[in-house]
Design a protein around this ligand. Structure first.
Ligand code: SF4
Length: 246
C-alpha cells in the first residue's frame, strides 16, 4: 500500500529487501515469543533470553545493513522480551483486566478467499503472531519508537486483513520499543471488513494489467535508500539521486 511500484518489483522478485539489523531485532523477539506461545507450560524468562541471544548470534552474519551496534541490538532484544514477559506473559495485578491469554495458535499461516469476481479468485494470505483463547489477535511490533494509536486505529491495514481472515473483531498491537511496552486496541467490525474487501479488489485491475510500471509513492519514510530495495538496486529514485541523497 505504501508504494505500488515497490510492491510490484518485490512480488515479481526483481529486487529483494536487504537484511537489516532492524529485521534481526524483530525476528529475534518473535522467535522467543513464538517459543513461549507454543510451549505447553510456562517458560522461564532466562530461557527466552537465551533463545533470543542464540538467534541473534546465528543470524547476525546475514545482516547486510547494520543500523545498530551488535551489543546495543542485543540489549534492546533482551529488554523487549523482559517487558513483554513481566507486563503480559506473567503480568502483575495492575494488568488483570487486560490479560494476554494463552495462544490457541502461534505463527499460523492463513489463506482466505476474498471471493470471485469475473474469472478472478482473490486469496488473502498472512501469518498471525498469536491468537488468544478469547479470540483476540495479537501482533508483536519492534519499532524504534511508539506509534500514534489514532493513526493505527484509522489506517492500519493489517488489523483489517487479519480480522477478516480469521473472522475476529479484536486486534491488539503490542509495540515493544527500547524496553517499553505500548498496547493499541483496535476493533474491526463488519463495516470495516466490507470496506477492506473493496480495498483488496481495487488493486486487481492494476495487478492484472500488463503495465510495465505501477504508480510510485514518494511520500513517507519508506521511500529512501535505507528502506526501499528498488532504490537500493539503483532503480527508480535511486537511479537519479544515488545511494546517499540526504
Ligand atoms: S524509490 Fe520510492 S517511489 Fe521508487 S519504488 Fe521505492 S518507494 Fe517507490
Amino acid at each position: 500500500m505504501s508504494c505500488p511500484e515497490k510492491a510490484r518489483q518485490e512480488r515479481y522478485k526483481l529486487v529483494k529487501q536487504k537484511e537489516s539489523s532492524d529485521l534481526l531485532r524483530g525476528n529475534a523477539v518473535h522467535a522467543a515469543l513464538e517459543f513461549a506461545g507454543g510451549s505447553p507450560s510456562v517458560v522461564e524468562l532466562e530461557d527466552l533470553h537465551q533463545l533470543a541471544e542464540d538467534y541473534v548470534h546465528t543470524y547476525s552474519s546475514e545482516v547486510e545493513v547494520w543500523r545498530h551496534e551488535y551489543d546495543k541490538l542485543l540489549d534492546t532484544v533482551m529488554a523487549n522480551i523482559s517487558v513483554w514477559y513481566s507486563e503480559l506473559y506473567i503480568p502483575g495485578a495492575d494488568r488483570a483486566e487486560d490479560p494476554l491469554l494463552p495462544a490457541v495458535s502461534v505463527e499460523e499461516p492463513f489463506e482466505k478467499s476474498l471471493g470471485t469476481r469475473g474469472n478472478i479468485n482473490l486469496i488473502l494470505t498472512g501469518t498471525a503472531d498469536w491468537v488468544a483463547e478469547d479470540g483476540v489477535i495479537w501482533d508483536w511490533k519492534n519499532p524504534s519508537r511508539f506509534y500514534e494509536p489514532w493513526e493505527k486505529k484509522r489506517w492500519d491495514i493489517q488489523s483489517h486483513a487479519y480480522c477478516y481472515a480469521l473472522d475476529k473483531t479484536e486486534f491488539k498491537l503490542c509495540v515493544l520499543a527500547n524496553g517499553q511496552l505500548q498496547i493499541i486496541e483496535i476493533e474491526r467490525t463488519e463495516q470495516h471488513k466490507n470496506a477492506f474487501l473493496e480495498l483488496c479488489w481495487s488493486m486487481v485491475p492494476t495487478i492484472m494489467s500488463d503495465a510495465e510500471t505501477w504508480p510510485q509513492n514518494w511520500e513517507g519514510y519508506h521511500c529512501s535508500p535505507l528502506w526501499c530495495p528498488v532504490w537500493q538496486a539503483g532503480k527508480c529514485r535511486g537511479e537519479h539521486l544515488g545511494e546517499n541523497p540526504w
